[in-house]
Design a protein. Structure first.
Length: 343
């Protein structure tokens, strides 16, 4: 049974802990919150000892079997945390986990955690077998309204009174980095907890450092959506994190080629078969938005400039490669840059 991270604590408070809990995803703060909640709940139920296992290259699955069958000198209840570094247990691990499911003791709780997993893992036999006896959560980075709700709820829990502008500022400065948002809120709690006056955004801004984190994929998604302000902010962060300009340029070329294919199909067939082009449902809205803004002339100009930029970055050392990339990004809006030289 899937339980969303923001409802996890409430769920286990009302329903208790099942024999298995699975937590996967690349967003660390939500995972930490869930694991801490499970540990606290398990300890309250008498699971005083915790065993930690990591299924890496040196791991033997007999260790997990032994852990579920061994009796502690101090407790007859076993709480085990198993980390799957790849999100998959392998053939042997799948057999062991399935076998343990069939004979799990009510005095044993196993928490399985790992990185982001795909539908292939969720459809695997071992996952479905465990899911019949488990709850699982998938922890993904929060954006937009979800991030706003998370920050707002954290502020309420810490009993700090923030204006809406201040909450928006925390979201803006820590997007993609909930760990930083949590630390900022805890710092504010120490300074302003119990204060009736809402914390002013201008005062807050002076004490904050921009700790937002993004990926190249998010940069491209915002360009497709036409949000140039957000895209340039992400580009600035990517530059500060040392992301190679050629990696970003390759992503822009790939998206421009895909848009050209969509436009060609739209012109010939009258519509775009996104599935045929292997554009999955979660990105189709972004492509529709870009196709409405960009005509054939815009796409030809985009491809010409991308080809020039590719030659510039490969053949010579550009003094300001990210300025060049910001120029290319504006072509996705589109901006009238046809007469502006790249060099």
């Amino acid at each position: 049974m899937q339980v969303y991270p923001n409802r996890f604590e409430q769920h286990i408070a009302q329903n208790g802990l099942p024999p298995f809990i699975m937590v996967f995803g690349d967003e660390p703060q939500q995972k930490l919150d869930i694991i801490d909640a499970v540990r606290a709940k398990a300890k309250g139920l008498g699971f005083d000892e915790r065993q930690t296992l990591v299924a890496d290259s040196d791991f033997s699955w007999s260790q997990l079997i032994d852990a579920t069958q061994s009796m502690s000198l101090f407790s007859d209840k076993q709480y085990i945390e198993l980390t799957l570094p790849t999100g998959k247990p392998g053939a042997e691990g799948a057999k062991v986990l399935s076998a343990i499911c069939d004979s799990i003791s009510p005095d044993t709780i196993i928490l399985i955690q790992g990185p982001k997993i795909g539908k292939d893992v969720q459809k695997a036999k071992w996952f479905k077998t465990i899911d019949a006896h488990a709850i699982f959560s998938l922890c993904y980075p929060l954006e937009g309204k979800q991030l706003l709700q998370w920050v707002t709820q954290r502020c309420k829990e810490q009993k700090i009174n923030l204006s809406q502008a201040s909450i928006n500022l925390i979201c803006d400065f820590s997007e993609g980095n909930l760990l930083a948002a949590k630390q900022e809120i805890e710092k504010l709690s120490l300074l302003y907890s119990g204060s009736n006056q809402a914390i002013d955004a201008d005062a807050l801004a002076k004490s904050m450092v921009d700790q937002s984190r993004f990926t190249v994929f998010q940069f491209v998604d915002d360009l497709l959506a036409g949000d140039i302000q957000k895209a340039i902010k992400i580009l600035y962060r990517l530059e500060s994190e040392g992301v190679e300009p050629n990696v970003i340029l390759w992503s822009l070329i790939k998206e421009a080629q895909t848009l050209a294919e969509c436009k060609s199909m739209q012109r010939i067939e009258g519509t775009v078969n996104f599935n045929k082009l292997r554009i999955w449902q979660n990105k189709q809205t972004l492509y529709r938005s870009a196709l409405q803004r960009l005509n054939d002339k815009d796409l030809r100009l985009m491809m010409e400039h991308l080809q020039q930029a590719d030659l510039i970055l490969k053949s010579e050392q550009s003094p300001k490669p990210f300025v060049l990339i910001s120029h290319l990004a504006c072509l996705f809006i589109p901006a009238p840059l046809q007469h502006l030289a790249l060099r």
